[in-house]
Design a protein around this ligand. Structure first.
Ligand code: AMP
Length: 480
């Protein structure tokens, strides 16, 4: 077995790794570290959870420390681009932890916070900057940052960048980078546009591919429950009340959906918080900290907000709504069963989501065991209470939504922000109800009568795309 000490990393890095209790590199680290140390470009196909952050942070820190020189004023020696603030913070924290004994400087640049402190941090020059594209573009425009000193450029979660509409800003940023540089490019999947971008940015790259291991998915106990859309909340509350659920992530397709679910759960006595791009940085950090500390049992998240969040010991993943692309299903359920542990993934499927289920089963070449909780009277009664606690949102046919995951909602602008009112109630939505579990072999079979999805309260759920003529500070910042 390879040890970190076999990889030629500087002593202060080995010390920091020992501090963290890491002795053996993960597969992507064992493959990527020597390549990056050699100065070669790298294309890494890997997702969060594989140890990819250290796979680039360690050799980058090594290279910067070996060839010490001051970063230019308002410039930086290494630029890491991340699609979300959370991931940017996490990456920067990793750089700081691994570089604890090196005395290099690390800064983050992302939206949702004031410019002043970022300008200050950049003024004297920084060794490593971890940035989201929108805010970095703003700094470049304001000349409070420049890219002349970049020696190493990292693009992380490239496919997520594509989903968020960041490809154009990335090309603009790349066009300002010095020609002579090392490029590291990471993506969990390789849609053709990302392949094209990689081709433009990388020079003769080494390739490392750590695909989401089938074994991870195999370790997850997956099931799916057929349920009427309007009864999902009481069903979720019922399942979360189970003591076996220690820490759960609940995935919704929209930000508003996440808020509604969280509000209902809180009213039902289940500690929950939602996390998505409309929340302030402070709210997101507090929700995450409470979740990590175990004060919040359920974190309700959209795909993009949840991406990159590094929380271990998640016992359950709930797909409150099925994702529009099968890959997202694999990503989502992979949030549990990390670090060799087992996990449970439970998905809800309303009648109109059956085509999505079909796609997931086809793509993952598996049949998810299904249960049928439709026509459950206890849930029906609780659903009526749920509607009072947090009114339902306008129904949008998932097949008509943007095919890339939940981009539409994430890109929705401020004018579509949820109403503040919302009818917070004191009611108690604890569902009663029989466990009406009819086990059906394969999924996707449609016996049921189509349930009317009649919901038409809060409007404005349609995708309108990013606002083109936004103020500079607002551009490209659905998340960052
Ligand atoms: P990442 O894929 O970079 O998000 O890393 C996933 C998790 O694995 C993080 O909590 C890391 O701190 C942890 N990790 C990274 N490398 C190692 C390693 N070699 N041994 C044990 N844990 C690690």
């Amino acid at each position: 077995m390879t040890q970190f000490s076999d990889l030629g990393l500087a002593k202060p890095l080995l010390k920091a790794l020992a501090d963290k209790g890491y002795t053996q590199p993960t597969p992507i680290q064992a493959q990527a570290i020597p390549t990056v140390l050699s100065g070669r470009d790298l294309l890494g196909i890997a997702q969060t959870g594989t140890g990819k952050t250290a796979a680039f942070a360690l050799p980058i820190l090594h290279r910067l420390a070996e060839d010490r020189r001051p970063a230019p004023r308002r410039g930086f020696r290494c630029l890491v681009l991340s699609p979300t603030r959370e991931l940017a913070t996490q990456i920067a924290d990793n750089f700081k932890a691994y570089g604890a004994h090196l005395g290099l400087t690390v800064a983050t640049i992302f939206g949702g916070v004031k410019y002043g402190p970022q300008m200050k941090a950049l003024a004297a020059g920084v060794d490593v900057v971890v940035a989201t594209p929108g805010r970095l573009m703003d700094h470049l425009g304001e000349k409070s940052a420049h890219l002349n000193g970049v020696e190493i450029f990292v693009l992380d979660e490239a496919d997520q960048m594509l989903d968020l509409g960041f490809v154009v800003p990335i090309r603009k940023i790349a066009s300002q980078l010095p020609k002579e540089r090392q490029n590291l490019f990471f993506s969990a999947t390789m849609p053709s546009e990302i392949g094209k971008l990689a081709g433009e940015l990388l020079k003769n790259p080494a390739q490392v591919s750590i695909t989401p291991q089938a074994t991870t998915v195999e370790r997850i106990d997956q099931s799916l429950i057929f349920i009427e859309a309007q009864r999902k909340r009481p069903l979720l509350a019922e399942l979360l009340a189970d003591r076996a659920v220690e820490r759960a992530i609940v995935f919704t397709r929209t930000k508003r959906g996440a808020d509604r679910v969280a509000k209902y759960l809180v009213a039902s006595g289940i500690e929950s918080a939602s996390i998505h791009g409309d929340k302030t940085q402070g709210q997101r950090e507090r929700a995450l900290a409470a979740f990590k500390a175990g004060q919040v049992k359920a974190l309700i998240a959209t795909d993009i907000a949840a991406r990159g969040i590094d929380v271990n010991d998640i016992s359950h993943v709930f797909n409150y709504e099925l994702p529009n692309v099968p890959e997202a299903y694999v990503h989502r359920i992979g949030r549990t069963a990390r670090k060799g542990k087992d996990g449970i993934a439970i998905s809800f499927c309303a009648d109109d989501e059956r085509p999505l289920l079909k796609d997931i089963q086809k793509a993952t070449r598996q049949t998810i065991p299904t249960f049928d909780r439709r026509n459950d009277k206890g849930l029906a009664a609780a659903a009526a209470v749920a509607d009072k606690l947090a009114p339902p949102e306008k129904y949008v046919d998932p097949r008509r939504a943007d095919p890339r995951n939940n981009v539409p909602s994430e890109l929705r602008r401020q004018r579509n922000r949820p109403n503040k009112g919302g009818g917070q109630g004191q009611g108690h939505g604890k569902p009663g109800g029989q466990q009406n579990r009819g086990r059906n072999g394969g999924g996707g079979q449609g016996n049921g009568q189509a349930q009317a999805q009649g919901q038409a309260r809060s409007g404005g759920g349609d995708f309108r795309g990013p606002k083109r003529a936004a103020a500079p500070s607002e551009r490209w910042n659905p998340i960052d």
